[in-house]
Ligand binder design. Sequence first.
Ligand code: MN
Length: 193
Amino acid sequence: MKFTRPRLPYANSDLEPVISATTVDYHYGKHEQAYIDNLNRLIEGSEFDDMPLEEIIRKSDGPLYNNASQAWNHIFYFFQFAVGGAGEPSGKLAGQIIDQFGSIEDFKQKFEQAGASLFGSGWVWLSADAEGKLYITQGRNAENPMSSGLRPILVFDVWEHAYYLDYQNRRAEHLSKLWDIVDWDIISIRYGE
Ligand code: MN
């Protein structure tokens, strides 16, 4: 089965000024396309050929894991944003965040800190377990918390390609701005509301 890069539900310039159209062009248009092309090349004629992407991620390692996971991670990342942002967490998810982290603001700070302090390339994830408990984790390179049995619900990309054109070395500033475009309705649906 050949994987394709889904069309984004917004224009590449719609996330400005938080993420520029040029960054979306390169990050989603070129980096993500390369991961998908590599993934398709690596599964062709192999036992992974007919597997859903999530299963490939769970069962592979090495270059196939890296490309499969990166292909999935970027779709998950780019499909959590909304034009002009989408407010703040609400409902059950907001309650759980406040229970575990003290306040929405404290949660955001802790999440940003996890992203800013990750050495090298990777991701900062918010995931839930089967009981709805939340976890902030760092993933190196392509690492995805699905591999540890958690269900991802929000992710920030801290690879330099995610922010260097717009923020140069200012990773922490980039992370703090991403809240302006996170669509919390989508995160709540992912959480199971
Ligand atoms: Mn990326």
